[in-house]
Write a protein that binds this ligand. Sequence first.
Ligand code: ADP
Ligand code: MG
Length: 722
Amino acid sequence: MLPKDKSGTTSSKSITSKETIKDSAKNSTEPVESISIQFVKGVGPGLGVVFRNREIHTVKDLLFFFPRTYEDRSQMGSISDLQEGVKATLQVKVLGQRQISIQKLGRNLLEVRCTDDTGILSLKWFHSLRGMEKKFVPGASFSVTGKVKFYMGKPEMVHPEIIWGLALESGPEVEAQFDVGRIVPIYIEIEGVPTRTLRKVLWEALEKYGDRVTEDLPPYLLSRRELPLLAQAVEELHFPPERFAADLSILAQQRSPAHLRLIYGEFFKFEYLMLRKRLNLERVKAPVLELAGLLVPHVEMREDMALKILQLPFELTHGQIHALDDICKDFSSGYPMNRLVQGDVGSGKTAVAFLSAAYLMAGGGQVALMAPTEILAEQHLRNVPKLLGKKINTALLTGKSTSSERQNLQARLLSGEALFVIGTHALLEDSVVFSNLVYVIIDEQHRFGVEQRKILRDKGLKVLKNSDRVLPHSLILTATPIPRTLALTAFGDMQVTAIRDLPPGRSPIMTHVIREKSQRIHAYGQIKSQIKEGRQAYFIYPLINQSEAEGFTQLKSAVAEASRLAEEIFPEFSIGLLHGQMSSQEKEQIMGKFQSGEVQILVSTTVVEVGVDVPNATVMVIEHAERFGLSQLHQLRGRVGRGKFQSYCFLFSAHRENARLEVLAESNDGFKIAEADLEIRGPGEFLGTRQAGSLSFKIGDLVRDQEWLIQARDDAMEILAQ
Ligand code: ADP
Ligand code: MG
């Protein structure tokens, strides 16, 4: 197969006649993935090694080595129209040549003068051409591509690309239809192999094997999405059709149908595998419970399996009800749930988790809730009686649980007496064994890896007599709003529910980015008046103490700043310090004092980032805000605005480098912020770099190609459903 859509002025006859059928006939059915690159014309042993070093072994590998960019050589310029600094391709004849010795360089300069009947162009080389100069005899014709420079009023090109023969006329002497008279591909230079050599090799490979690229997607899906078949797309990626000459940026931005075909294909395969993984999980069974007793006074099971919630201290929001509905549907599906609930900070995910847990506990199942910090685990424990009443047999397990506490807990777990176990990583230890674990809840998931999730879940794995495998339901709560694309990729094997509303009566947090000293003083004044009104404030710093900050000594540290604030700025208030290197006892003590209002200003590192709930706190100050990701800042900000009072967030940053922080001042919508963050910082911000690494698509881009990701997902789902 050949690139057929060529410059109208180029005859394709010569190419067809050039086809060497000799050895292609004998393996004419072999697919490109099983043909060695050695069979491609122009790939000698030397080039073969270069390719293999880049993991290009087969013709398929070669065909999927795509150009870096393109150059439009479809129109021949004329010498009279040349412009300074602009790259041009011309068809010319040699007038003459001369060697000029340059003493400074100790070698010769070759100058070739040529013409196209509209003017005279001079070509210059400062290095040897390995005898090529012998070909520049007067009258010889060639095409030349290069950047134009005017020297003493006359046009010249230094080290231009030369292609012998008259490309615009047909005939066997034409050397290179792939080099001129069309849009040509530019490849990255590999180990000094020039782009022109690669271009020629790719042309040969396409010519001989291009039609053996096997289609890997159902053609009807492609026609639905108006995308070309793979073979055509591959060909057009190397040698794009003439029509793109009008707007080369479509190619440069990877928006041509050929590019989109590959992007779509890449996403489709990914989604297909993800979704299949999810379907495989459906071969595993969910635990069966006799939902008999009415254990929790607020929760009553209705016949349709939905929850009826009674006597909660508040009315559930639409988002919470919606999430509970989704969860109950999962519970009744017979398969283990695998659901992610994403909800902005303060959206009330805890209530969703607890009420759904109560539902299963009512049937005698055990529920494990894992939180990333002790502070959070303890906060959850305190919430149990508030939300579920006092009857639930609850246990706490954290790193600081003593060994006798552990023994006691273990006995209660094995006897089935303890139903609700709340804890930290300590829950993952081998010694923690359940008698009937049916539900695993993980709070603030991005602190935990996939592996840890699995360890906890497998503690409830059972193999029944009929060899059915049973796994607990799993719920993941995250305050990091996950952009849609990541929900479809990194979390593609999960169902996702978003809680998009906040409990009523919360006014949006007013956020200010503070860059000037005068603004800072003004902000301190505002903070003072808030605290005088009885409110409380957080001050967050990126570091614990100065010594941590080698190379960043100007960074304010929590320890140093706590004393500065106490002595110089807010001497009239009580200030507490919290950071990750304190013992959990110390942390707990300080947190308790802040919660009770005894401490008015809490100076802290990001340990308060997740989950801490102090509704009376209305001020969040973040120093060196530029050091944090937008989503992380948004989470920190979410520590305030949890009560009935107007809350404020001050982002201090001496950097004026970008307007990133202003996104936060303008929006309280975590989803919007997350999208902006994904655009600016990539998926690592959400997943941690290790997990994000597995999301590196070769050609697709999670931000740019969202639409295609969603289409690919829909189509993969359709195929799997069949
Ligand atoms: P997050 O989603 O950040 O984990 P929490 O579950 O900690 O949020 O809830 C934040 C606060 O809002 C808690 O004090 C909680 O009691 C309260 N809350 C939750 N749901 C509602 C509701 N529907 N109406 C009023 N307050 C609610
Ligand atoms: Mg929470």
